[in-house]
Design a protein around this ligand. Sequence first.
Ligand SMILES: Nc1ncnc2c1ncn2[C@@H]1O[C@H](COP(=O)(O)OP(=O)(O)OP(=O)(O)O)[C@@H](O)[C@H]1O
Length: 254
Amino acid sequence: MIEVERLSKRYDGRLVLDGIDATFSPGEVTALVGPSGGGKSTLLRCLNGLESFDGGVVRVGQDTLAPGDVRAQGEQVRRIRRRVGFVFQQWYLFAHRTALGNVTEAPVHVKGVGRREATERGRALLEKVGLSHREDAYPSELSGGEQQRVAIARALAMEPEVLLMDEPTSALDPERVGALIDLLEQLRADGLTLVAVTHEMRFAHELASRVLVLHGGRIIEEGSPARVLANPHHERTRAFLGLGRVPALRTVGA
Ligand SMILES: Nc1ncnc2c1ncn2[C@@H]1O[C@H](COP(=O)(O)OP(=O)(O)OP(=O)(O)O)[C@@H](O)[C@H]1O
């Protein structure tokens, strides 16, 4: 469970998160959507101590992040990172490790899991993301979509309570999006808390329990995917979804 209260953050004096209140509960999938620059990635990064913030509080279970430099909150950040996995937009795979090596690295070196157990579990995860046949490949030998799936398997290998994902489907074809939705649905049913920044409305529709729309650093709308995506109340959400007013036809030559 993650709770965020009155979270605010500035970049160069400019407010990019403006008093966010939100709770992310076990078994809940939250899709963070909204126009570019609205603060989605910044919010996600504040949730596991990747980013300092200026006001408010982030609570992950018993651990609390306070305003100010996160580097000075090392102990809390370390505890939080063990429980909160992150799949980055750029994946950041270890270039000199194979797909399987990427997936087993953190369980062995951070969690102290035995190598044999980590390897078995890593293979099972690579199978779940459809990459059994590529376990010995290095990142440079993998396609963008394959690298993205390794990054997802790597995050899941740490058995996180919460998984934060920044555009997890950006490099996947529609078939793989469907397979990822099925996998995350199973994990959600087991109690995983999932928060995903996404522009993929299918992902939001089929998997999310709720949608939060961020604009100008504020949550401007919140609700079930069926309601928010089909019948948004806020004008900015309508515009973002392409449901704005139809412009009047201009007659050429008139
Ligand atoms: N490191 C940074 N330094 C200065 N400004 C930043 C930095 N990172 C983000 N910003 C600014 O903060 C605001 C929010 O950015 P953020 O990446 O959170 O938006 P977003 O909603 O995730 O956008 P997108 O959908 O384009 O990824 C933007 O105005 C962005 O330019």
